[in-house]
Ligand binder design. Structure first.
Ligand SMILES: C[S@@+](CC[C@H](N)C(=O)[O-])C[C@H]1O[C@@H](n2cnc3c(N)ncnc32)[C@H](O)[C@@H]1O
Length: 353
């Protein structure tokens, strides 16, 4: 039997059942469809009716045509506040539910509490509906600006009211989605883009035993690191006995031979070495920033790494391992940034002394 070839566009696989809500001119849905080479697993929706869409957005008609041509299901007048009852969605479950840049329209200055309340109410109602529409291990993705006053929405806290746990917050880069043009979506300039600035894709999963365990491990790690931070004078000089030089703790997971690889990576030794290299670099930076890491902290970091890896591979069959390496690379990069930031802070403090 011929199996469908899986394609990935950033966080999304052509094999995922994907629901997009609150679309503007449908260019994001179309970007995924063209990247996958098919839209047969895509359901794309808008609050606007078809008639409203083609008046509001100059490219809506062409984008909708291309989506349908590639096999997408298109729904209009889908209100995220009650979408689980929509006749076209009622009995469906999705691997990914995506709402890019939720916004309740222009009702005054964005920093005003009553305007923020309108937006957060929209997001809450979206979470309340979307959580019941997920497949097992499904994820809800909200892309959102992270600068003031949008950071006041506290997306993560809103989600936690619906037993949704933040599993990742990834930088949103528009260039990852060729052809996507973000839209204001309301008012006389609805077809114009809004400045994106710094923004992220917030990924949530329903709290399950696995996710909760992961959260507990994360919290324990944070608590321990916080205690260390308070107790240990920060040592910025290079530590000759850095963890990586002493040899790493043994790799916290094993790679089996049937794991699919791509990008020309040879099976397990190069991947294992890569993970150890990146994770080792990470631990080194933690040590250089906070002082020597205790055995318990290292253990919980290992737990977090193992659980994260298990979920990464279990979630989607055949997911490329190189994606996990990218995640580790990002972790190390963040760690490097944090060290650099601390170094600068100390230099400023030194100058003030
Ligand atoms: C800032 S625009 C973003 C549009 C599009 N997602 C994008 O990234 O270009 C906000 C979108 O939220 C939609 N929206 C507002 N309230 C909604 C609701 N109750 N249900 C569904 N969509 C809604 C608007 O129609 C608009 O398309």
């Amino acid at each position: 039997m011929e199996t469908e070839e899986e394609k990935w566009i950033k966080h999304y696989s052509s094999l995922h059942q994907i629901l997009l809500v609150g679309e503007g001119d449908f260019s994001f849905s179309l970007s995924l469809a063209l990247g996958f080479g098919t839209a047969s697993n895509i359901t794309a929706s808008s609050l606007d009716s078809y008639g409203e869409l083609i008046i509001k957005y100059k490219n809506a008609n062409a984008n909708l045509f291309a989506l349908k041509f590639n096999g997408a299901s298109i729904l209009h007048e889908v209100d995220v506040k009650k979408m689980k009852l929509h006749p076209g969605l009622e009995k469906r479950k999705f691997d990914r539910i995506i709402y890019n840049f939720p916004h309740a329209g222009f009702h005054g200055k964005e920093h005003k509490p009553k305007v923020i309340k309108l937006h957060t109410n929209l997001v809450c109602e979206f979470f309340r509906n979307a959580r019941d529409m997920l497949q097992e291990n499904g994820e809800i993705h909200v892309s959102h600006k992270t600068t003031y006053p949008f950071n006041k929405w506290k997306i993560e806290d809103l989600a936690s009211n619906y037993a949704l746990e933040l599993i990742e917050c990834a930088d949103f880069k528009i260039e990852d989605y060729p052809g996507y043009t973000n839209k204001k979506g309301a008012g006389s300039k609805c077809d114009e883009p809004f400045p994106l600035g710094k923004c992220s894709t917030f990924k949530f999963m329903l709290c399950t035993a696995g996710a909760t365990k992961l959260a507990r491990v994360r919290k324990r790690k944070l608590d321990l690191v916080t205690v260390k931070y308070q107790e240990i004078p920060i040592q910025i000089e290079h530590q000759p006995a850095a963890l990586f030089d002493r040899g790493l703790p043994s790799c916290p997971f094993t790679f089996t031979n049937d794991m699919p690889l791509h990008n020309g990576l040879t099976r397990h030794s190069s991947i294992r070495n890569e993970c150890r290299r990146i994770f080792g670099g990470y631990l080194n930076h933690v040590e250089q920033t906070f002082g020597r890491i205790g055995y318990d902290v290292r253990g919980s970091l290992n737990d977090a790494l193992r659980l994260g890896f298990e979920r990464y591979t279990c979630e989607v069959r055949g997911r490329p391992l190189s994606g996990y390496i990218d995640i580790l690379e990002e972790l190390r990069h963040l760690s490097v940034l944090r060290s650099e930031w601390l170094r600068q802070m100390l230099a400023i403090l030194d100058m003030q002394r």
